[in-house]
Design a protein around this ligand. Sequence first.
Ligand SMILES: Cc1cc2nc3c(=O)[nH]c(=O)nc-3n(C[C@H](O)[C@H](O)[C@H](O)COP(=O)(O)OP(=O)(O)OC[C@H]3O[C@@H](n4cnc5c(N)ncnc54)[C@H](O)[C@@H]3O)c2cc1C
Length: 272
Amino acid sequence: MSLQAIPARYRVASSRAETHDTVTLGLEPAGPPVAAHRPGQFTMLYAFGVGEVPISISGAPPGPGLVQTIRSVGAVTRALCAAAPGQLIGVRGPFGTDWGVGDAAGQDLVVVAGGIGLAPLRGALLTALATRERYRRITVLIGARSPDELVFADEVGAWRNGGADVQVSVDRAAAGWRGHVGFVTQLIDRVDVDPAATLALVCGPEVMMRLAARALCARGVAPGSIRLSLERNMRCGTAECGHCQLGPLLLCRDGPVVSYQQAAPLLTVKEL
Ligand SMILES: Cc1cc2nc3c(=O)[nH]c(=O)nc-3n(C[C@H](O)[C@H](O)[C@H](O)COP(=O)(O)OP(=O)(O)OC[C@H]3O[C@@H](n4cnc5c(N)ncnc54)[C@H](O)[C@@H]3O)c2cc1C
């Protein structure tokens, strides 16, 4: 049976606290590894005896190891966040569509992230920075509720040094905060881009993605050049169970990354 159907065994090699409720795990294969992934894809992570949930891959390919960033919101994510180095975790996948960051070659790349939405985008950003000369401008707009809710905060300096214009905004400032205060979508008005030659990658809460996509469209970026990562309840990962259906899409196969052109008419559909 393929590793899409039964979990591969991975061992926790490292665990790093990003915020009070979010952890980045480094996973190494403890047997046959899953197939190579593309940035934007996700795996189904199985905390043995607790359950299985979809989690995006936050590391960049290549390599047999996986990097995944998890926010503790319920039973399974709590167990995954608590997994200590040495512990075994089940992995199925990788599943779904990817950001297609290479499509921005020769163009401006704009990455817009809200909260933990930066995790699925991190692999695409690292991939673009590794071949920085292929892109024109790389702009990264990051939003968080407060400075202590920022994930990958200690990497921002390296991304700037690597050639990205990184701007960070928080909804509520704290003492000593010198960045922007307000919604990350407000930063879109200030970005220096050529709208006719821009690929925008957006991930965050659905309302933030809707507002970001509208702001990018208002700047002249075509809906087909704006990509969003949509989340719905997922079970099988192989487009068989129907849990993640959104209109005509089965998001585990046809998503999570879809263009705003595809997503716009569907974003009014509420998840049950
Ligand atoms: C394609 C995809 C990629 C994802 N990537 C990540 C990631 O990189 N990191 C991460 O931390 N989480 C990610 N998620 C969300 C993660 O799967 C859910 O947080 C997880 O399933 C919750 O399971 P639980 O048993 O811990 O909590 P539950 O007890 O099932 O739920 C706890 C709370 O979280 C809410 N919730 C459950 N599932 C989701 C969901 N899919 N989206 C939003 N809220 C949900 C519930 O409504 C409830 O309020 C992703 C989801 C999808 C579909």
